[in-house]
Design a protein around this ligand. Sequence first.
Ligand SMILES: [Zn+2]
Length: 99
Amino acid sequence: MQIEEMRLDGNAAGGVLRDVFAHDMTAAIATCEGCGKMGPIGALLDYAHGMGVVLRCPTCDMPVLRIARMHGQFRLDLSGIRWLTIPESTSPDRTDAMT
Ligand SMILES: [Zn+2]
């Protein structure tokens, strides 16, 4: 199979994107781009403000995840995350996997 035959547009990833973002993200494990510390999103330090939240690394204080809510949209800045690992067992559709 040629590489051109495998290429689709982003709509083809709609199913997996829906699976990924349907999880309880506080259980997802983020690796800080600043210091490499790995830990659950729920353990980051939350600096909430009017337009959204800034979640900072508890070790190096780098902004790991920024979420702004404006004009009917969410805008995410994930540049402080080296890796984001989301356990499949936290999906609301996968409650069978949690038992
Ligand atoms: Zn850090």
